[in-house]
Design a protein around this ligand. Structure first.
Ligand SMILES: [Zn+2]
Length: 216
C-alpha cells in the first residue's frame, strides 16, 4: 500500500475509483473535419492536446479530485484507469503490479466475465499480490466469484466507450449487458467513440487458483 491509500467506511478505496467531485466535465460534442475525414470532437476552441490519445481517440474529460467528497466504488476514473493499465500499476494501491523476477502481472476479474484466456481483452488494470486477497474480500462483485491469471504481455488493444451516431451525435446503445462498447484501435467506429476506458489484450496467460499462495 502507498501513503495515499484512502479508507472509506473502514474499507480501502481502490486507486482507480472515481470520487464524487470527479464528475465528467466533457464539453459539448461536435463533428470536426480532419485531413483524414470527419471525427467526433470537442468544439475547436475547447479541445486540447490532452483530449486525444496517440491513436486519435477522443477521451472523456473528468477533473482530478481524488480524496475529495466520497468515493464511488462502483465507478472508475478514466485517467487513473488508463494510467494504471498502461503502466501495470495495481488498481487498488497504485504500486507496481509487475512481479519483477518473472516479468508478469496478475489480472483478477469477476467470474461473471467468463474465463480469461490467451488474447482476452480487459479494461481491468492488474492487482499486486498484496492487494489481490483483499480485493476479493472487499469487492462485492469479486466476492461472488473470481477468475485470475498471470499475463506476461499486455499490449494496448483499444478503448471502451460510447459510440455516437455521426449524423445525430446521439449515443448508440452498448452491447447487451455492458455499459460501454469495446472498440479496437483501427476500427472505423473509433472515430465516433468517446473513450472512457483503456482496453488491453492479455498474452502468455497462466491460470491462478489460490490468491493466498502467489508464488513470485
Ligand atoms: Zn496493490
Amino acid at each position: 500500500m502507498t501513503a495515499q491509500q484512502y479508507i472509506q467506511d473502514g474499507l480501502p478505496v481502490p486507486y482507480i475509483a472515481r470520487w464524487s467531485l470527479e464528475r465528467s466535465a466533457t464539453p459539448r460534442l461536435a463533428v470536426r473535419h480532419f485531413p483524414d475525414g470527419p471525427r467526433l470532437a470537442f468544439p475547436a476552441e475547447q479541445e486540447t492536446l490532452y483530449d486525444r490519445d496517440e491513436y486519435g481517440a477522443l477521451w472523456v474529460r473528468q477533473p482530478l479530485a481524488r480524496g475529495k467528497g466520497r468515493a464511488r466504488l462502483d465507478t472508475v476514473h478514466a485517467m487513473r484507469q488508463r494510467r494504471a493499465i498502461l503502466h501495470s500499476l495495481c488498481q487498488m494501491c497504485r504500486a507496481s503490479a509487475m512481479v519483477q523476477d518473472h516479468d508478469r502481472a496478475l489480472y483478477l476479474l469477476p467470474a461473471a466475465h467468463g474465463p480469461i484466456g490467451e488474447g482476452s481483452i480487459t479494461a481491468a488494470p492488474p492487482v499486486c499480490i498484496e492487494c489481490a486477497p483483499r480485493a476479493v474480500e472487499f469487492c462485492p462483485r469479486l466476492r461472488q466469484g473470481w477468475t485470475a491469471v498471470w499475463a506476461e504481455f499486455a499490449p494496448v488493444w483499444g478503448v471502451a466507450g460510447v459510440i455516437y451516431d455521426p449524423r445525430t451525435l446521439h449515443p448508440l446503445p452498448p452491447p447487451e449487458g455492458q455499459k460501454l462498447t469495446p472498440i479496437e484501435y483501427g476500427e472505423p467506429r473509433i472515430r465516433w467513440t468517446l473513450a472512457h476506458r483503456q482496453v488491453i489484450q492479455l498474452h502468455s496467460v497462466s491460470p491462478v487458483h489460490d490468491l493466498y499462495k502467489l508464488a513470485v
